[in-house]
Design a protein around this ligand. Structure first.
Ligand SMILES: *[C@@H]1O[C@H](CO)[C@@H](O)[C@H](O)[C@H]1NC(C)=O
Ligand SMILES: *[C@@H]1O[C@H](CO)[C@@H](O)[C@H](O)[C@H]1NC(C)=O
Ligand SMILES: *[C@@H]1O[C@H](CO)[C@@H](O)[C@H](O)[C@H]1NC(C)=O
Ligand SMILES: *[C@@H]1O[C@H](CO)[C@@H](O)[C@H](O)[C@H]1NC(C)=O
Ligand SMILES: *[C@@H]1O[C@H](CO)[C@@H](O)[C@H](O)[C@H]1NC(C)=O
Length: 515
């Protein structure tokens, strides 16, 4: 048979081969084992390496993130903390009443704004920090007489003369092209710019001073010579109040840190977060009267942890009113206008409207709105205000009244002597802000506000800030410069500008222009 030798022939070498293969395999196994062990070790040390590397990477990324997202270098706060800041303060109402306006001689007069600001500069020993929507103290428009611009010129010179006293001057603005700011920074001031276009596409309309982290001014007037002569402005100066100044200074620091940024960092250092808020207001003494106070800001994006929004402050003040709510603003319009892919989108913006309606109809709180009638008054203001007034029809205890403030009898110059006031006063609280009550303004523009609440029993027989503001409001309300809603509407329609605007409204929905 051929087969066995064949198998035999094949079997021997196969066995040998098998042996060789076997030992080969054994060897391979062995070396594989060693290799595996080595690889194991290698892998482990590699893993260690990778882990360490990853950790280092993470750390580096974290550090980078922290440095980019957090404002690490907060401003020095001169050792004042919320525990030992001063709470025994003095408050003074400051106003600019254009010379041509004459009110009832019996009505109270307050410290002129220009004097208040100059007095603040007298007090300054270390630093003056200013935020203002405009810088036009020295500009003289056509038709302005030397005298009316004098106060602005003087204030400008006094700000520059801080240098000789070694007082720091810091300014934040969103106007990089301002000639006046350029000249100020060339001569002395430290100026920083906030690019509001990149942040919210709004404007920096905040208007306040912090002097020595101790005294403050906040109000409707910016650094404009007209605000010291031709426009009707209102604000407050608070002296010896490092607690409030500390909080307002933090808002200033927040703006200060926004230079060169085109986004709002998500994490902030303690140096810019709120000290006091709506839920935890500062308990203080104002002219020997107990009061509570806090500052609020807009827009929401600019409210770091704990900071109260202007809108929430306003809503809270309205909600807490028991007997009356008096509001004096240049513009009131419950609309938000945002451009979306090039075309404007306008929405009804109800938060303040609904609070006022609720207060008047359900709680029978008397509401009075004093709005300016001027070239930029949006025609829809009349519609919204008419609907507001109509709400009380047939309700005996409901009262909503709207009036327009118009500085001049004649139509020709009615953009002058505008009432720029931006405040609200109720039977127990005052709110003094920087922004008009227009949806777009509160949603996108930066502003600040001061809320001062005074307990009822404290105010008996005392001339408190709430009472002073109430008196100022009533003086304006009953002055010859106010007109009813209806005649305001007719006036605007008669004016050329108004009819143009109305025409534009009929053809396409238009919204409020920003300055
Ligand atoms: C407030 O307290 C801080 C530290 O707690 C201290 O450094 C500072 O000097 C104090 N300031 C005043 C005005 O007492
Ligand atoms: C001013 O007050 C006096 C007395 O207090 C009063 O006689 C006078 O009528 C008042 N004037 C006006 C314009 O109200
Ligand atoms: C502000 O930001 C906008 C948009 O990011 C940019 O176009 C503009 O140039 C910036 N302005 C300045 C003065 O840097
Ligand atoms: C508001 O609307 C006008 C046109 O109606 C537009 O020019 C303007 O850019 C809008 N404003 C905003 C903030 O979108
Ligand atoms: C507080 O006192 C100052 C003088 O110390 C005074 O000028 C001011 O009118 C007072 N303010 C109020 C609200 O009474």
């Amino acid at each position: 048979m051929k087969a066995p030798p064949e198998t035999g022939f094949f079997s021997t070498p196969l066995a040998r081969q098998g042996n060789i293969i076997f030992s080969g395999v054994q060897q391979q196994d062995y070396s594989a084992m060693i290799w595996l062990k080595r690889r194991d070790r290698l892998e482990r040390s590699q893993q260690k390496c990778i882990a360490v590397f990853a950790l280092v990477c993470c750390f580096a990324v974290l550090v980078a993130l922290i440095f980019s997202a957090v404002d690490v270098w907060g401003e020095d706060e001169d050792g004042v903390t919320e525990e030992n800041c001063s709470k025994n303060c003095r408050i003074v109402l400051v106003e600019n009443i254009p010379g041509e306006l004459s009110f009832n001689p019996n009505s109270s007069t307050h410290l002129p704004l220009a004097m208040g600001l100059n007095h603040l500069l007298d007090q300054a020993k270390l630093s003056v920090e200013i935020v203002s929507p405009y810088w036009a103290l020295t500009s003289t428009d056509q038709g302005s007489r030397l005298y009316s611009s004098y106060q602005g010129q003087y204030l400008f010179q006094r700000l520059l003369s801080l240098k000789s006293r070694g007082v720091k001057l810091k300014i934040v603005s969103d106007q990089p092209n301002s000639i006046e700011l350029k000249s100020m920074s060339d001569r002395y001031a430290e100026v920083r710019y906030v690019n509001m276009t990149a942040l919210t596409r709004g404007r920096l309309l905040s208007s306040f001073w912090v002097v020595d982290r101790k005294h403050i001014y906040i109000g409707s007037a910016g650094m404009n010579w007209k605000a010291l002569s031709k426009l009707k402005e209102l604000g407050v100066v608070v002296y010896d109040c490092s607690c409030l100044a500390l909080d307002l200074h933090r808002i200033f620091s927040f703006y200060w840190q926004l230079q060169y940024r085109d986004y709002i960092p998500s994490i902030w250092s303690k140096r810019v977060t709120a000290v006091f808020s709506r839920d935890e207001p500062l308990q203080l003494r104002l002219n020997n009267t107990d009061a509570s106070a806090y500052v609020s800001t807009s827009p929401e994006l600019f409210c770091p942890k704990g900071r109260s929004r202007d809108l929430d402050a306003i809503r809270h003040v309205i909600r807490e009113a028991k007997r009356f709510i008096y509001i004096s603003v240049t513009d009131y319009l419950p609309l938000v206008n945002r451009s979306f892919r090039g075309s404007p989108i306008i929405r009804y913006w109800s938060p303040i409207d609904e609070m006022l309606r609720e207060a008047a109809v359900l709680r029978e709180v008397k509401v009075r709105l004093l709005i300016s009638l001027w070239t930029r008054t949006h025609p829809l203001t009349f519609n919204f205000m008419t609907s507001m007034q109509a709400l009380c029809t047939g309700l005996p205890f409901c009262s909503i009244e709207v009036r327009f403030y118009r500085g001049k009898e004649h139509m020709g110059g009615f953009q002058h002597r505008i009432n720029e006031n931006k405040f609200m006063v109720t039977d127990n609280t005052a709110y003094i802000g920087n922004l008009d009550w227009v949806g777009s303004e509160l949603a996108f523009n930066a502003g600040a506000g001061l809320v001062i609440q005074e307990p009822e029993n404290q105010r008996e027989g005392q001339d408190s800030i709430v009472q002073q503001l109430t008196a100022a409001f009533e003086r304006d309300w009953f002055s010859p410069y106010t007109i009813s809603l209806l005649s305001g509407s007719t006036t605007l329609q008669e004016s050329q500008h108004g009819s143009q605007k109305l025409q534009a409204l009929k053809t396409k929905p238009e919204s409020r222009e920003h300055e």
